[in-house]
Structures are given as C-alpha cells and as structure tokens.
Design a protein around this ligand. Structure first.
Ligand code: ZN
Length: 251
C-alpha cells in the first residue's frame, strides 16, 4: 500500500509545504488584483525576497519571524498555512491510499484551506479559488468513481435560495460555488446534509465563544467559509463512521 511507504509520505509532505507557500501568494495577491507571477516581496518594505527567504517554514524559523531587511514581523499565517497544507497532503495520502486520488484529494483540501483563509482575511472568496476547488473535487470524484449529484444540488440549492431571498446579504455568491465543490467532494446527499449541520454547530460554538470573550459583537460579520471548510474536513475523515449513526435514512 502506497500510504505505508515513507518516501511517498515525504514526497507528499514536501509537495504540501510547497503548495502551502504558493497558496499564501494566491491568498495575498488575488484579492488585491495583483499578478500571481513574479518573486515575492516583503509586504512592508517591498524588498524582493531571496532564495533563502522563500523556503517554506524554515525561512520563518531562521529569520525568527522577521523580515531580513526592515526587521518588522512577518505574519505567522505564512508558516501556519504551509504546515497545515503539508498535513493535509499527508492526510490525503492516508485517506485515498493510491497516488492519483491522493494527489487530487490533497489539492482539493489545499484549495479548501486557502478558501477558508481568504474568507477569514477578506470576507470574500475569489472565484479563481472556488472554480479550482470544484475542478479538483470533480477530478477526485471521477478518479474514485463516485461522482454524484445529490450533494452538490442540495448545497447549491440551499445557498442559492438564501442568496436570492436576501439579495446577497446572508450569503455571498462565493458560498454557492463553495457549496457545489463541497457537495462534489463529499458525494451523496446525506454527507452534504450532515456537513451543513456540522458547519452550523461549529459556527454557533465559535460565535458564542467570540461573544463571551468580547472579541465580537452581535453586529460583527463572521464569515461562514471557514466553518464549512472545517465541517468538510471532519466529514472527509470521520464521515463514513458518523453518517450511519446520524442520518441512516439518507444513506
Ligand atoms: Zn521588510
């Protein structure tokens, strides 16, 4: 089995770190309408970064989290996203077990991470991320022979109806595309329904925590994308065990 092979794990971890690093380029540049090609620069002093400053995680540790030129702090989001991305790649290898489905699942989860980070930072999800997510999810579903319409239709209808009724105030159009990708990735109607329920439970718990600790008020807008992404990851890992217990009639 491929997943038991240490060299495959190393390869997926390195791929995950590299994609994580590129992912932060996408998350920082896409909302600003910047070109995604070209060398990265320090967001504060604009100094062009050298090769030694571009090694995922390691550069951050070696530079003690500060820019080498202006000495101002670099956001810890960079190494966090790189590490999380590496973890997701290795997780995908364990879950999908063979190379191509593992890579496609890894890319889907990587894109989901970027969507959650972008939604947290800017309260919007760029179409390029959503469309890439849908593409990776469809490719994964085809690779494992489980392309179903029940899940995507449920989530597109659920978010689409809210978007129409509220004229885009309750949910953004990005949530509809995100729902389509999640539905494809999870497959059946039952999985998507459970994912939606989980996302609302996680969202409610986080909202109560933020209100109690006064980090948010009743008027604060809390993006829903990160909760959907967290619920999707839980479904990918534990869905097969949770579904028969929670929604047996929908299997
Ligand atoms: Zn700098």
């Amino acid at each position: 089995m491929v997943t038991a092979d240490r060299s495959w794990m190393m390869l997926f971890a390195v791929l995950g770190l590299t994609f994580g690093s590129f992912g932060m380029v996408l998350v920082s540049r896409l909302p600003a309408g910047q070109h995604i090609g070209g060398r990265s620069r320090c967001p504060r002093c604009k100094h062009m970064l050298g090769a030694v400053e571009l090694i995922p995680v390691l550069s951050y540790v070696l530079l003690a989290g500060k820019c080498r030129h202006c000495h101002r702090p670099i956001s810890c989001l960079y190494p966090c996203v790189e590490l999380l991305s590496a973890l997701l790649f290795v997780l995908a290898l364990f879950l999908a077990k063979s190379p191509l489905p593992s890579l496609l699942l890894a890319l889907s989860l990587w894109m989901l991470l970027l969507i959650a980070v972008m939604d947290l930072r800017t309260q919007t999800i760029h179409d390029a991320l959503n469309l890439s997510f849908i593409l990776f999810a469809v490719a994964y579903a085809v690779a494992i022979g489980r392309l179903e319409m029940g899940g995507p239709l449920l989530l597109v209808f659920f978010f689409g109806a809210q978007w129409l009724v509220s004229r885009g105030r309750w949910v953004g159009s990005g949530d509809i595309l995100l729902g389509a990708g999640i539905g494809v990735l999870l497959g059946g109607f039952g999985s998507s329904l459970l994912c939606l329920g989980l996302a609302y439970v996680i969202g409610a718990v986080v909202a109560v925590f933020l209100l109690l600790t006064k980090r948010a008020t009743r008027k604060s807008h809390i993006p829903f994308g990160p909760f959907l992404a967290a619920a999707t990851l839980l479904m990918i890992i534990f869905g097969d065990r949770m579904l028969p217990v929670i929604v047996p009639g929908l299997l």
